[in-house]
Design a protein around this ligand. Sequence first.
Ligand code: ATP
Length: 314
Amino acid sequence: MADDYVIEIDSLSKRFKQKVAVDAISLSVPKGSIFGFLGPNGAGKTTTIRMLLGLIFPDSGSARVLSREVPRGLREVLPKVGAMIEGPGFVPYLSGLQNVKRLLAAAHVTGAEADRLAMSALERVGLAKVANLSAKRYSLGMKQRLSLAWAVALPRELYILDEPTNGLDPAGMREVREIVVNLAKEGSTIFLSSHLLSEVDQICTDVALMSQGRIIKSGPMETLKEDQVGYLEVVVDSPERARDLIGAWYPDLSVFVGPDSSTIRLAVGQDDDFAGKLNYRLVTEGVTVSGLRFSGRTLEDIFVRYVGEGFDVS
Ligand SMILES: Nc1ncnc2c1ncn2[C@@H]1O[C@H](COP(=O)(O)OP(=O)(O)OP(=O)(O)O)[C@@H](O)[C@H]1O
């Protein structure tokens, strides 16, 4: 049903001269999800987001945001959407606090209420201590946080965040993840673009993987991961011998040495019982096992499976 989705994109395309940036993509973003819109730099994510927010017009196809056709219905849609997108247009000589209040004034929130909301947004993104410093003195990471404060200053049904972790250090990235999870807990939907798959792997409920203007795969994270064949990585002191032993014990199993010279990989899904038994058998044969872990079910693994290459610039 349409109301179950906050964004519905149908065959949306955009071309810049010879370059097809977005190539007839379709996707649906379920209400209440943390939706990861993922792909390497240049995949077409920002172009898609710009179309959703009415900043550029599609060449063909259609998009609905909060059940309204865009760009036609944007006037009703935009007040319900918190957006963070490149080039937010801060006034550099105003403080962080004044910048957020400026945005709130545009949404007709002024006075004490604006002070309260702006400070709470700055606190949320970790900028409370520099609230009165002019934005031109902010570092790249602080500017990124300020854009996020801007996006989350008012409670919204939907947040569209374009690469919110860009320019942040690992601690900053973790904080952004927490902010996103909390917004979702409060009942909003978050549509989040990123080229850092491992960064969002942990928090997204749904994903679309984009490459060279196309959606390669989309759906609930659980389904995508269930479809993915996993493997068991075993770190040993004598990989060649371990490989031969395992080959003799389990002739039907694919066994590889790698990715480094002391690791062997077995094409098996998560099976703790199997891992325990294998560990015991190897140790009994005098092979030292210093690590055992299941892998192959990360978003990067899924991307590589469908695109057949690493996660490089498109
Ligand atoms: N205004 C424009 N004029 C010409 N080409 C453009 C324009 N905007 C985007 N492109 C091109 O369209 C393609 C998709 O770009 P887009 O910015 O949407 O990718 P992205 O997935 O958001 O990547 P990034 O994370 O690097 O922003 C790229 O090849 C880009 O160079």
